[in-house]
Design a protein around this ligand. Sequence first.
Ligand SMILES: *Cc1c(COP(=O)(O)O)cnc(C)c1O
Length: 343
Amino acid sequence: MTAPYHPVESPDETTIFPYHDLTPPTTADVYHAHQVVSRYLSQTPLVRSEFLSAEFGADVYLKREDILPTGAFKVRGGINLVSQLDDGFHDPGLISASTGNHGQSIAYAGRMFDIPVTIVVPEDANPSKVTEMERLGAAVRFHGDAFDDAREHAEELAADEGYRYVHSANEPALVSGVGTAGLEIVEDLPDIDYLFCPVGGGSSAAGYCLTVGTLTEATVIGAQSEAAPAMHRAWTEGHLASHEQMETSAEGIATRVPFALTMNVLRNQLPEFDLVSEHAIKEGVRDLFTEERIPAEGACAASLAAMRQRQEELRGQTVVFPISGRNISPATLRSIVGNTNHL
Ligand SMILES: *Cc1c(COP(=O)(O)O)cnc(C)c1O
C-alpha cells in the first residue's frame, strides 16, 4: 500500500501531516463542537464537594467528567474529531499513540462511526486502559518505554501505511471538542473565581481557556507534575523544546515534548500555571477516594495539589476542578489508599 500522505514540516518535535491544521480553535468553534458532542454525550454534572469546600473555606465544585463513557473527558474531543472526518480516511483507518485515555476516546469514537482504530501504547501502559481500548474494538500495539516512543512509532506507521494519524494535541477538533466541558460549566455556574486544570498535552487547559477563561471572570490555572514539567517549561520560557525529565506516576500528564497548537493557546490565554509534587498528587488521589469515593487518576489530582498550594487565595472563592478521569489502575489505587508508606 502506498501512503497517501507524507509528513510536513512541524513547528514542534512531533510529526504532522498535511491534514493537520494548526490554527487554534476559537470560542465559536467550541460552540459548534458542542452541537455535535451534545448529540452523543449527556451533560456531566457539576457537584459541590462538601469535603473540599470545608477544607478550603470556599465553594468547591467538581465537574464530573469521570462519568462520561470511557471514564475521562477526552471522549468529547474524539467524538468531535471523528464525526467530521472525510470518508477518505475510513480505510485503513485511524492511528494514534496514547497512555490510555486519548486512545480510549479515539477507540470509542471509531466504533461509533465505524472506522477502524489502531492505538500504540508504551510497553508499561496501564493495563486497565489497554483492556478497555481492546473492548472498544481498537487494535492495540505496544511500543517503547514511554509515551513519546509510542508516539514516534505511530507517526512512522501513519507515514508508511497511510493511516489517518490522530495527534494527541495538534488537532483543533480535539481541543474544541474537549472545550465543550467548559461551556457546560459556564451554563451551570457562570460566577466562578478559579478553575484548576491538569496539563498534559494541553487540550483540556486550552479548552477551558477558550470557554471559562474567555466567557467568565474566572482565572484558569494549569497544573503539572514537577517530575514531568515539559509543558510548564515551554509556557514559561516561550519555546517548544522537549524536556528529558519525565518521571511522573500520573500517566495522563506524562509528556516530554510540548505541542505547538495547545501551547499557542496556553501562551496567549492561560494566566497561571503551577507545578506540584508527586507526593501532593498522591495525597490528592487518596483524599478524593477516601472522602469523595472517587477513584481519580493522578493526572486529575494534580489540580487538587495546585489548589492546596493556594489555600489562602482560595478562601471564600468559588472554585471548579474537573474530575478529568477515573481510570486509575486498581494496583495504583491500592498502593496509594491502602499503604501510607507509599506516599
Ligand atoms: C489526558 C488527561 C489529562 C491531561 O489533559 P491534556 O488535555 O492532555 O492536557 C488530565 N487528566 C486525565 C485523566 C487525562 O486523561
